[in-house]
Design a protein around this ligand. Structure first.
Ligand code: R1P
Ligand code: URA
Length: 312
């Protein structure tokens, strides 16, 4: 659906009450939201709701399923990848949902700890942000262009190792209650040995800011993982969205927003292993069910109800 006629520039909501990018209106989205990056994963997890009352695909690529789990209204939203798409979703959701909100992200990630095998589900107890420091990259490119040869600049960088990346000074904590509920549900459904916990880094690139070595671009990221590990000994996973949920939950001034996250260990960054699709799909099923259960058990003070709600 395309929304053309909006009244306000600050909050683009049309005459029907639909907000521009996610395309939803009041009563279509529950206070408890399970979010994923991949629309296919959202569809598969929606099969684990007891009842799907509403489905919607916005023209900006957000997929929403709203239904009931154990009698509790829950929405599953596929956001796509990266900070900006999550920023749209959280901010616009907060405008059309009355009362408190809870976001539980269930994604995939790379793990930087040797003791965590691919296929484990890792709960992000806290998160930091990592992004390219564009001013510094630009300065380094200028220096490289002014130096006699590319190789001499590479040597110079190798000695000084000024990483052109900006890393958070301090982690943001996940909601502890929701992490505990999720740990319990995952432990019961998947087995405790397949559940891990640790600090997450959300990056603005799958490549440069996750320390992947691809020589096509000027990245200067060799030793990136070790550099973050030195600063944050609990550093465990890397993906691309968790931090922004935790940050927006903290910075909301009009309502309580609680946020936590977990992800399937898809890439083992030490051994170089990558999870098979068949096992990922299996983990999505068990992990998705556990997330729905945890969300349904989360105590919330103010939730929406009434005839305009698709679940009533
Ligand atoms: C990269 O492959 C994507 O996978 C991870 C990252 O955060 C990024 O969005 O999460 P999702 O599987 O939820 O998309
Ligand atoms: N998603 C990421 O962002 N990084 C990985 O290594 C795997 C999934």
């Amino acid at each position: 659906k395309h929304i053309d006629d909006v009244d306000s520039v600050d909050l683009p909501i049309d005459q029907e009450g639909r907000i521009y990018h996610i395309g939803l209106k009041k009563g279509e989205l529950a206070n408890r939201i399970l979010t994923v990056g991949d629309p296919g994963r959202a569809g598969r997890i929606s099969k684990q709701l007891d009842k799907v009352c509403f489905e919607f695909q916005s023209n900006r690529g957000y997929y929403t399923y709203t239904g009931l789990k154990n009698g509790v209204p829950i929405s599953i939203v596929a956001t796509g990848m990266g900070f900006p798409l999550v920023d749209f979703m959280v901010r616009e959701s907060a405008e059309i949902v009355d009362g408190d909100m809870v976001f539980l992200r269930f994604g995939t990630c790379g793990v930087v700890r040797e003791d965590i095998p691919i296929g484990n589900i890792v709960i992000s107890t806290s998160s930091i942000m990592g992004r390219r420091d564009y001013n510094l990259v630009e300065r380094q490119i200028k220096e490289r262009d002014n130096s006699e040869s590319n190789e001499s600049y590479e040597n110079k960088w190798g000695q000084n190792k000024v990483f052109p990346y900006e890393i958070s000074e301090e982690p943001i904590l996940a909601n502890e209650k929701l992490c505990d509920l999720l740990e319990e549900c995952l432990g019961n459904n998947l087995g405790k040995e397949k559940v891990s916990k640790g600090l997450n880094l959300s990056a603005d690139s799958f490549y440069s800011t996750q320390g992947r070595k691809v020589s096509t671009f000027f990245d200067h990221n060799q030793g990136f993982v070790e550099m973050v590990q030195k600063k944050f000994p609990d550093f465990t996973t890397m993906e691309m969205e968790t931090y922004i949920y935790f940050h927006l939950a903290k910075s909301c001034v009009k309502k309580n927003i609680y946020a936590s996250a977990a992800c399937i260990a898809l890439a083992q960054r030490i051994s170089g292993k990558f999870l098979k699709n068949s096992i990922r799909i299996e983990r999505e099923k068990v992990g998705g069910l556990s997330c729905l259960e945890a969300l349904s058990k989360m105590p919330l003070e103010k939730e929406m109800s009434g005839k305009h709600c698709v679940w009533e």
